[in-house]
Write a protein of this length. Sequence first.
Length: 163
Amino acid sequence: MTSALIQTADGAFTAHFSDSGLAGLDFPTGETVSRTATKELSAQWSSWLRLTGRALEQALAGKTPDRLPPLDLSSGTVFQRRVWNALRKIPSGQTKSYAQVAQSIDRPGAVRAVGQACGANPIPVVIPCHRVLAAGGKLGGFSSGLDWKRKLLTREGTIPEPD
């Protein structure tokens, strides 16, 4: 696994790459990030880093990324990967409820499990788990905090009901 920093107007995100593609993305922590997290990247990883940076920039601007690097979702279970793939189909500016996502993967009784899969999403923002809301249009949870979820949804023009 190789990690690299991606500077944005919102802070430094850390992208994690396996030999198969982008395997993780960490939100800025507000703490000073050591440059030792980034080592010299191969041409392949450099290409993936550029694609990740562009996709992240587009997503942070409220747009659906036009191109993604290969995604390595092997850390997830079969169920989680089904949920993460369903999340990628939710366009910018739209939201779905946990129940709607469960229905979309033919598991209507798995609403809580969908929520857990969203929380385990290793590549937030790029895989838009922030577009999934609780019943009644409420924010629900978000692995990186509700401030981030609100910020991302606001940028997409989708402002949920206050909790």
